[in-house]
Design a protein around this ligand. Structure first.
Ligand code: NAD
Length: 549
């Protein structure tokens, strides 16, 4: 098999490939596009970094290509949809740079509170102004970690060693995990911001986390606090952040990542008047020899395993061959993923159980082809439901392979059943139970019509019927006159047109569930107004168009 290594990749990883006797390894780090289009024609596997664009044209030219391993996390340079359609497995290495990003966060935090870069610049100018560089001690201070995943947990460990009191905000982890990490888990971000001397962000960039630290949250910060962002640009409103530093409300901020990279010269964080209290680095969180070597080893090991038919991890696209599923089953796969994503919007607490029931003749044989060896035995529909559920909190980097592993890591017990159909010929049911009690959670059911349209037909016992596409507003209301009129006027005032409307009642409950499909997205403030003005029990907006293909 021919394996092509493009970009400069740590030798430790390349050597692993060379040691496989069935591989002929070619290392071509800086090819022109024309060369790349020619060279890929007969390769079976590729190892790349972000410098190699694997777009539709390159993938079409790579006729024999089966597996691509990215020595790193981001896969923005690869057309995942096209690769999946062509049956090319894309693998990344999300765990290799955890420690590098952790240590860089520590470097930023310490530089920030002791103003190391500014002090160095001052000394470099020949000055000796010791009293100008009065800093803050970390020991005895409160740290708020937003996102207690791989990196957040490592930060907690190190900052405890620094004598800090650690708080964390992460609505998707259990109290037990927080306890293991030695942190106090909060259920309210704003409350945590008001308490913390230092805030550090470690969440993925998702529809929910984009702009999560805006003017309102900055205002809620404890006066004099510090903010560190070594996670993803786009989490923080950079303009509002610069203003908070300028006004003195925040003492200082440190960023490794920016909303749009490289940042433009007029980025508000570059302003001359706040330079003294800002520490900026050019997205170098993962840049250590060890991390580059670790990601290369992870990528090479999994690339070799995938090509040689051995179990492997971190596939970004599919653990089963979607192309071998019938059109109808593929449609159910997509529906199950949307149901998981929808359910995540309706839950308040971490999930502890996920039960998927597949009803009807379509599912009775259970013969969906699973092409790769994976350490679990769920149907593609259950995996898709878990992926949708976890994408809400972990972003699009959750893949079909990692979703069940991530669920297990979070302590979610997965159950799957197949049974006969009832009212609908075929139906997928999904029940999610949360940690707050046996009866807390949500149950959804979905089907595909004769015409091949996806439908969600039941939410928590309310029979309803809507298409999970575009932007859908869902709400639970008291079943009395006037509610729908109010909702319509609020949307009208926000300039959004209702494309479709469905309502479901539950006998004897005096309550109803509504689903509105709207033509264009509305800001979250409209949903807030929606909830209050129309006296709704709950209301959520689900943007199904956020999904990657
Ligand atoms: P992870 O998936 O292990 O952890 C993310 C955590 O965020 C999860 O526990 C999740 O429950 C939590 N979360 C999701 N939505 C949340 C929300 N709305 N509020 C609070 N918590 C929420 O990810 P990780 O490996 O720890 O990486 C964290 C971040 O660091 C990611 O954005 C990653 O891309 C970034 N990163 C940056 C660099 C760099 O070079 N600067 C390097 C590596 C990773």
């Amino acid at each position: 098999m021919k394996v092509l290594v493009t970009d400069t990749i740590s030798e430790t990883g390349v050597d692993l490939l060379r040691r496989e006797k069935d591989f002929q390894v070619e290392v071509r780090p800086s090819m022109s596009r024309e060369e790349l289009l020619q060279v890929v024609a007969d390769v079976d596997g590729m190892m790349t970094r972000s410098g190699t664009p694997l777009d539709g044209e390159v993938l079409a030219a790579a006729k024999r290509l089966r597996v691509v391993a990215r020595a790193g996390v981001g896969v923005d340079n690869i057309d995942i949809g096209e690769a999946s359609r062509r049956g090319v497995v894309i693998i990344n290495a999300p765990t290799g740079n955890t420690l590098a990003a952790t240590e860089h966060t520590m470097a930023l935090m310490l530089s920030l509170v002791r103003r190391v870069p500014q002090a160095w610049q001052s000394v470099g100018r020949g000055e000796w102004k010791r009293s100008r560089f009065m800093g803050m001690q970390l020991s005895g201070k409160r740290l708020l970690i937003v996102g207690l995943g791989r990196i957040g947990t490592q930060i907690a460990q190190r900052c405890r060693a620094f004598g800090m009191e650690i708080l964390a905000y992460d609505p998707y982890i259990t109290a037990a995990k927080a306890e293991r990490a030695g942190v106090r888990l909060l259920d309210d971000l704003t409350g945590g911001l008001a308490l913390a001397d230092v805030v550090t962000l470690h969440v993925p960039l998702t529809g929910e986390t984009r702009g999560m630290i805006g003017a309102r949250q900055l205002k809620a910060c404890k006066p004099g606090a510090y903010l560190v962002n070594c996670a993803r640009g786009g989490l923080v409103d950079e303009q509002a952040c610069a203003e908070a530093v300028r006004s003195g409300h925040l003492t200082g901020v440190a960023f490794d990542v920016y909303d749009g990279e490289p940042p433009r010269a007029d980025n508000p964080l570059f302003a001359e008047d706040i330079r003294d209290r800002v520490v900026l680095t050019p997205h170098i969180g993962a840049n250590t020899e060890e991390a580059q070597s670790a990601v290369a080893v992870i990528a090479a090991t999994n690339l070799a395993a995938a090509l040689l038919g051995r179990p492997y991890e971190h596939a970004v696209n599919l653990p089963f061959s979607e192309t071998q599923l019938s059109d109808e089953k593929r449609n159910y796969l997509s529906l199950a993923r949307k149901m998981g994503y929808l359910a995540a919007h309706l839950l308040r607490d971490p999930v502890k159980e996920c039960k998927v029931t597949l009803r009807g003749p379509l599912f009775s044989s259970g013969d969906e082809p699973v092409c790769f060896e994976v350490p679990y035995h769920y149907s593609p529909f259950t995996i898709a439901g878990l992926k949708g559920l976890l994408e809400f909190s972990h972003g699009p980097e959750v893949n079909y392979m990692s979703a069940p592993l991530l669920a297990a890591d979070k302590g979610i017990v997965v159950e799957e059943g197949r049974t006969e159909s009832g009212t609908y010929r075929n139906l997928v049911e999904m029940t999610l139970v949360t940690t707050s009690g046996a009866h807390e959670g949500v149950t959804l059911a979905g089907t595909i019509t004769e015409e091949g349209r996806q439908r969600v037909v039941n939410i928590d016992g309310y029979w309803i019927d809507f298409v999970p596409e575009g932007v859908v507003l869902l709400f639970n209301n008291h079943d009395r006159p006037g509610v729908i009129g109010k909702v319509g006027s609020l949307l009208g005032a926000a300039g959004s047109n209702i494309a479709n409307f469905a309502l479901g009642r539950k006998n004897g409950s005096g309550l109803a569930v509504g689903a509105l499909q709207i033509d264009n997205d509305v800001p979250d403030s409209v949903i807030e107004a929606f909830r209050e003005d129309a006296d709704l029990i709950w209301a959520v907006k689900v943007n199904f168009s956020e999904f990657h293909s």
